[in-house]
Ligand binder design. Structure first.
Ligand code: PRP
Length: 207
């Protein structure tokens, strides 16, 4: 029996594999995987998917463990066991807009985002009523083209904002990569999963 680990494709996949390698796991079969979406190593089956789909695979027990951005957990609230934060994938949810000095703010702003639930929650707590436009990516375009007055998005290095003439006006939430687990897998595959979790997280932090 192998543990199935779902990885979020892209930046997080790369950061996790680098981290995993430092824990002395052999990830050689993953290095030249090309466009394969499922790869087996001696002890694990790795699958590669978009963040929200990682949550779905873990929720349904297809994957035992998932590596995912906390942004996805906050937005979609999947029914999974949410383990501790990982030491990479650190970024923040921010509100950003074009730097326009002396321009009076509209009474009801339009906010573009990939995260309508996080955005709704943020503005509800602020007591500001806004219109939300859901986009699937490259959200930074929306204020430049007049689709929205501001965006709520994740900011990591700040490069995308800077290169598109946007500035952060408020930080909403610091986030990092998280390790999630299927609730039944934690019981059924306990003997296999426990050593992995203990390796991933420093001992004193295990709850
Ligand atoms: C994310 C995010 C920002 C960018 C921030 O997008 O939505 O656009 O990264 O990173 P930075 O602060 O380091 O520039 P992603 O690359 O996931 O693509 P997407 O916009 O198409 O979703």
């Amino acid at each position: 029996m192998k543990i199935c680990i779902a990885l979020t494709k892209g930046r997080l996949e790369e950061q996790f594999l680098n981290y995993f390698r430092t824990l002395s796991y052999n990830i050689d079969p993953l290095v030249n995987k090309g466009r394969k979406l499922s790869v087996e190593t001696e002890n694990f089956q790795f699958i590669f998917a978009k963040g929200v789909d990682v949550a779905t695979y873990v929720e349904h027990g297809i994957a035992d463990i998932g590596i995912i951005g906390e942004d996805i957990l906050l937005e979609y609230q999947p029914d999974v066991y949410n383990l501790l934060p990982l030491p990479f994938g650190k970024c923040r949810f921010s509100l950003a807009e074009q730097e326009k000095k002396g321009v009076k703010r509209k009474q009801k702003r339009t906010i573009a985002t990939k995260y309508p639930n996080v955005t709704t929650d943020f503005f509800r707590k602020k007591g500001e009523s806004v219109d939300i436009v859901k986009l699937e990516g490259s959200v930074e375009l929306a204020p430049l083209l007049g689709l929205a007055d501001a965006i709520v998005d994740i900011v990591e290095t700040g490069t995308t904002l800077r290169e598109n003439g946007l500035i952060v006006t408020e930080d909403i939430h610091w986030i990092s990569a998280r390790c999630i687990a299927n609730r039944s897998s934690l019981k059924i595959k306990r003997e296999l999963i426990t050593p992995l979790i203990e390796a991933i997280f420093p001992k004193e932090e295990i709850r």
